[in-house]
Design a binder for this molecule. Structure first.
Ligand SMILES: [Zn+2]
Length: 315
């Protein structure tokens, strides 16, 4: 039987230890993994090849970014690029491991050895711009994978981002392109300040970025309705050969940062929508935000269960 669902993770992601009290903390990874286990997803730890990861990161980021981060970690603890991004001595290795999991996911999908992959990784990625780390993010995991996938002939690629924050980095990186469609549903106005409905791409990329800004307090129905509209527009504009999901769970009603009212069941409905939209095409979901541990575990479980449908997890 075809291996349907696979959860990829790496212990090195736990080497990124921001100062005490920082919401993007080590325990998030274990909470996400607990959710994946509850959903019955098989778990694997891929090998990390730093050279392969850095080469992939340099395809989409300024090549100075990985170098700067590696050097900065020698002087940790310190801040990197902005006050949101404290680093530890192991932050570079954690960021490399996160990308390695994402790339392994792409490889498994491409080889037909998985159909739905969840990468339980940190640090997250969608705020990282071409040359800057920000918003708890260092390397843009989703953007790195999208770029590699396009180079391997797997385009067009859809990136669907349901994190409560707008993925400014991902949008910026593909704003001018028509081979990667970026769709985001998020709270607005809110950090990082981008993501209004009139941000739709430029040049040949016009129409390949779509934002659904939502007011504070949005609930399951509001979130699901916006995502549903967005997916309809996306599938009219492109026929993705690969679906990437920036899976942030900080729109949960218990999240300390998000200010929204989505429940775990709501994330399950989002999983259903994405499963229907992706249909027979491969899908890779990458963990972004989600800062209440129990809510994160329950939301990941509900999301992944619906992403494959009842009784279909595992091999
Ligand atoms: Zn977020």
């Amino acid at each position: 039987m075809r291996a349907l669902s696979l959860c990829l993770t790496h212990p090195d992601c736990g080497l990124h230890v921001p100062f005490w009290g920082h919401p993007e903390r080590v325990a998030r990874q274990e909470a996400a993994l607990a959710g994946a286990r509850r959903a019955g997803w098989r778990e694997e730890v891929p090998d990390v090849d730093e050279g392969v990861v850095v080469a992939a990161v340099e395809r989409i980021h300024d090549p100075s970014l990985p170098l700067r981060l590696r050097e900065a970690c020698k002087h940790a603890p310190t801040l990197f690029d902005c006050a949101d991004n404290p680093i530890a001595p192991g932050t570079y290795r954690a960021a490399v491991a996160a990308v390695a999991c994402a790339l392994e996911g792409l490889g498994r999908l491409r080889a037909g050895r998985a159909f739905r992959v969840f990468a339980a990784i940190r640090p997250p990625g969608h705020h990282a711009t071409r040359s800057q780390a920000m918003g708890f993010c260092f390397f843009n995991n989703a953007a790195v994978v999208a770029e590699v996938a396009c180079a391997q002939g797997m385009g067009p690629v859809a990136i669907v981002d349901f994190d409560v924050h707008h993925g400014n980095g991902t949008q910026e990186l593909f704003y001018h392109r028509n081979d990667v469609f970026y769709l985001s549903v998020h709270r607005y106005p809110f950090y990082p300040g981008t993501g209004s409905a009139d941000e739709v791409g430029v040049g040949k990329g016009r129409g390949f970025t779509r934002n659904f800004p939502l007011a504070a307090g949005a609930d399951d129905d509001t979130y699901v309705e916006a995502l549903s509209f967005g997916l309809e527009e996306l599938t009219k504009a492109v026929t993705p050969q690969l679906w990437l999901v920036s899976a942030g769970f900080d729109a949960h009603e218990l999240d300390p940062l998000g200010g929204m009212a989505v429940t775990a069941a709501g994330f399950g409905r989002i999983g259903t929508l994405l499963a229907q939209a992706a249909a027979g095409k491969p899908l890779l979901a990458l963990l972004e935000g989600g800062y209440h541990l129990k809510a994160l575990e329950e939301s990941v479980a509900a999301f992944l269960l619906q992403l494959v449908g009842p009784g279909e997890a595992g091999t």
